[in-house]
Ligand binder design. Structure first.
Ligand code: 4AD
Ligand code: MG
Length: 465
């Protein structure tokens, strides 16, 4: 490898501060067009939105082959980085050598004309080569980094909670079973039911719906913790905001009540917007141009304004008084539907809203019971355009109350001995929430379908790739 020198990314080439006599760049041809004695190639390597223009002169040994290059082909270019004559670009490369690495023929599906999101979903393996999806997935990467940065700067410890688990944290029964049992010949109990004690883990196991229960154990040892990983829900909701595999950010804090929890949710949402505004200007610019014209104004507005906070009862009253005709009923004791959430944040408050203190009947077993005996310390943060982006609560730290809650939810406290131990030994008030990573990404990009912010989405009836 003595004769080779390191390639540089298109991004680094474009932000060079001076010409470079010898440069190596590599990537995929976006477009190529011929002039009299040379050919212009627009090269993209995914390091940034912009292309690097390559000038291929007819003096190149393989010029005839270069002239046959089409969109999608991969090449390695050696040449000189010089100031560009053309408009809108600072640098271009005059090629001394072009290695054709991989050809692409006319069947390459990403041609210059715009494609619909539906079509691009069918070619999820190629769509990151488009401008829009290149931007989406670079932003996704930065967002994950910014999330860790936020927590690490604040002294939170990152905990890797298990992906395979025996508990249904949300109690909604939306679990994907994990089993090694032979489906054709399962072991049976005396009653003829499948005997899961003979399964791989000697019990029933599932893909996790949330890392919360496990991360609570770490909050009650390390004080401020978070988990950030994939979660799975076997819910059959074919909407633009639900996926069956999505990532969730779940902080959990000891000695923290609902107000501290709401403060943290507000702080992180604002922090992430500011981080992306600073670090992904090109990408956000593209979204603002092609996806959602209001995007930047909305993001800046959200950073500047304090979020509204209303109790569930207040929210129900506002919705009832709204005079709006909703598809789903508005009644104390019923869940807020997406249309209600969106009315609150988009039409009424016109800013993010945290709704807190929901009726205990519609929330999971672990939420702390309020003194009214009717509501629990739940909180949902709703944002314009999306609705619920965060769900969380103060946790029930009183052993007896928690056991009663469990029985009310038809759960057997004996199955959760380890979780109850956290209340037996040095229990403290504690709180946390789950921020949907993809929902946050939708909010930050203006992309309106969750399928378009996930590299390879898993939704009902669809797990290709
Ligand atoms: O409100 P959820 O169900 O809360 C929990 O799972 C708690 N255990 C979190 C906690 O307190 N540690 O989910 C949290 C967030 C939602 O607000 C939403 O943003 C996202 O996760 N979410 C989904 N995102 C995409 N597809 C789905 N099917 C989602 N379900 C929830
Ligand atoms: Mg929720």
């Amino acid at each position: 490898m003595s004769d080779t020198f390191s390639p540089i990314s298109v991004k680094d080439a474009l932000r060079s501060s001076a010409p470079i006599a010898r440069i190596l760049v590599q990537g995929w041809v976006r477009t190529r067009r011929d002039a009299k004695d040379f050919s212009f190639i627009e090269l993209n390597d995914g390091s940034c939105l912009r292309n690097l223009q390559i000038i291929a002169k007819n003096l190149l040994a393989n010029y005839a082959e270069v002239q046959r290059l089409t969109t999608g082909a991969s090449i390695i270019v050696e040449g000189e980085l010089v100031a560009s004559q053309g408009k809108g670009q600072s640098w271009e490369v005059v090629a001394e050598k072009i290695d054709i690495v991989g050809l692409a023929d006319d069947s390459y599906p990403l041609q210059k004309k715009g494609h619909t999101p539906e079509f691009l979903r069918e070619i999820a393996h190629l769509r990151p080569r488009s401008n829009l999806f290149g931007c989406v997935f670079r932003v996704r990467s930065r967002l994950a980094f910014a999330i860790h940065k936020f927590f690490q700067e604040r002294g939170f410890v990152y905990v890797h909670t298990p992906i395979i688990t025996g508990s249904d944290c949300e109690g909604a029964g939306e679990l994907f079973r994990v089993t090694a049992i032979d489906a054709k010949n399962p072991p049976r109990t005396k009653n003829g039911e499948i005997d899961y004690t003979k399964d791989f883990f000697a019990r029933q196991t599932y893909l996790t719906v949330s890392g919360q229960l496990e991360v609570e154990a770490f909050a009650l040892s390390l004080s401020k913790v978070y988990t950030f990983g994939p979660t799975f829900r076997a819910e059959n909701s074919n909407t633009s905001r639900h996926a069956n595999e999505f990532w969730m950010i779940e902080p959990e804090m000891a000695f923290c009540d609902l107000n501290g929890n709401m403060d943290l949710a507000e702080e992180i949402v604002k922090y992430l917007i500011v981080d992306l505004r600073e670090n992904c200007p090109e990408e956000l610019g593209l979204f603002a141009k092609f996806v959602d014209k209001e995007l930047l104004a909305r993001l800046d507005f959200v950073v500047e304004r304090a979020f509204q906070r209303v109790s569930y009862i207040e929210a129900i009253e506002l919705l009832k008084k709204s005079g709006e005709r909703f598809e789903f009923p508005v009644e104390y004791g019923l869940n807020l539907q997406s249309e209600h959430e969106r009315w609150l944040t988009e039409r009424h408050f016109k800013c993010p809203v945290t709704v807190f203190n929901y009726p205990k009947e519609i929330k999971p077993f672990y939420m702390r019971l309020n003194d009214d005996n009717k509501t629990v310390t739940a909180m949902d943060l709703l944002v314009p355009g999306i609705g619920e982006i965060v769900g969380g609560s103060q946790r029930e730290e009183r052993l007896e109350v928690l056991e009663t809650n469990m029985r009310r939810h038809k759960m057997d406290p004996a199955d959760y001995k380890w979780y109850l131990d956290l209340r037996r030994y040095g229990t403290v008030p504690h709180s946390g929430f789950g921020l949907g990573f993809e929902r946050m990404l939708m909010f930050l990009t203006g992309v309106s379908n969750i399928r378009d912010v996930i590299p390879f989405a898993r939704t009902p009836g669809s797990a290709e790739f």
